[in-house]
Design a protein around this ligand. Structure first.
Ligand SMILES: NC(=O)c1ccc[n+]([C@@H]2O[C@H](COP(=O)([O-])OP(=O)(O)OC[C@H]3O[C@@H](n4cnc5c(N)ncnc54)[C@H](OP(=O)(O)O)[C@@H]3O)[C@@H](O)[C@H]2O)c1
Length: 289
């Protein structure tokens, strides 16, 4: 895996959605699909300053000027050509959208955030002979707060400008890493794409364990939530890696050591985490067909 953004000691997250940072203007986009993921990214892009763009959305009624909203791909204004088409529909709903897009934009840069749809499968639907360059990205839902994590892959034919445009869109909503093989996007899916759910599960389980140890549920919920937030901030902010941070808070023979001896047993978290991520990666590959 390669990264254009190596971890630094004091990274600051991108400006959260809703703030107006003086960031460079992002490329113009045609966004198709603004549900959970597309909508989260759109909030960040609007906050960061997007070149005049068009959103195809069947649910939203308005968009701040100069952006335009249309109900269907057929309604895209004739005078509009985006720098990047962002496709954020469910994988199984992509084909009709791709067929309509191909008629309107025979040559285009397509940024796909869909899990389990290969570049080859998207190009086959679009029309292989046409000038379509597909960049794949796997973001995650903290994009909503400007704290997303996205892996990107670009095929060799992508130009530096196409890669820069796509990266700038994902950078506007969090951190980015490039991977150098398309198959690794499935691995990104297993780690960070699905990863927020693993952390939410940890919060649920920690809350339950706190209740089992006599705490009121709301108290346990706050303890779990804020512990994960604080530990996440340490990981994000400090130059120290996770294993060292763990060792730093584990006194030999102490309470944390007692808990970690249970969690770190070979058949506990190490095995469960590896199996869970492998299951997500397998599912992503199955969806790719
Ligand atoms: N959610 C995540 O955590 C996450 C993380 C990484 C990647 N992704 C990827 O993001 C994609 C979208 O996931 P999601 O969770 O955001 O799904 P979602 O909430 O269902 O959003 C998809 C949106 O696309 C709209 N849509 C479908 N076909 C359309 C068309 N032809 N024109 C315009 N809009 C259209 C849907 O509208 P209707 O409801 O009217 O059909 C819906 O609003 C998926 O491919 C997924 O793999 C999601």
């Amino acid at each position: 895996m390669t990264s254009t953004h190596t971890a630094t000691a004091t990274r600051e997250p991108a400006a959260p959605a809703g703030t107006h940072a003086a960031a460079p203007l992002l490329p113009s986009i045609l966004l198709v699909g603004s549900g959970k993921m597309g909508g989260a990214m759109l909030e960040g892009w609007l906050a960061q300053g997007l070149a005049p763009s068009v959103i195809v959305d069947r649910h939203r009624d308005s968009l701040p000027a100069p952006h335009r909203i249309v109900r269907a791909i057929a309604d895209i204004p004739a005078d509009f050509t985006p720098d990047v088409i962002v496709l954020a529909v469910k994988p199984q709903k992509a084909d009709p959208a791709l067929q309509d897009l191909a008629k309107r934009f025979p040559a285009a840069t397509l940024l796909s955030v869909m899990a389990g749809r290969s570049i080859a499968s998207l190009k086959a639907v679009y029309g292989g002979e046409k000038g379509l360059v597909v960049v794949r990205a796997m973001p995650n839902t903290p994009c909503l707060l400007g704290a997303g994590m996205s892996g990107l892959y670009a095929p060799p034919e992508a130009t530096p400008e196409q890669k820069r445009h796509c990266e700038s869109l994902l950078r506007a909503v969090g951190e980015t890493v490039w991977v150098d093989a398309e198959g690794l996007i499935d691995s990104v899916t297993g780690v960070s794409g699905s990863g927020p759910a693993y952390v939410f599960l940890l919060a649920e389980l920690l809350t339950k364990a706190g209740v089992e140890q006599g705490l009121p549920e709301e108290t346990a919920r706050i303890l779990a939530r804020e512990t994960i937030y604080g530990a996440g901030r340490m990981l994000h902010t400090l130059p120290t890696d996770a294993a060292e941070l763990r060792r730093n808070v584990t006194s030999p023979g102490g309470t944390t050591a007692a808990a970690l001896a249970v969690l770190m047993a070979d058949d506990a978290w190490p095995a469960a985490t590896s199996a869970a991520v492998a299951a997500a990666v397998t599912r992503a590959k199955e969806l790719s067909g």
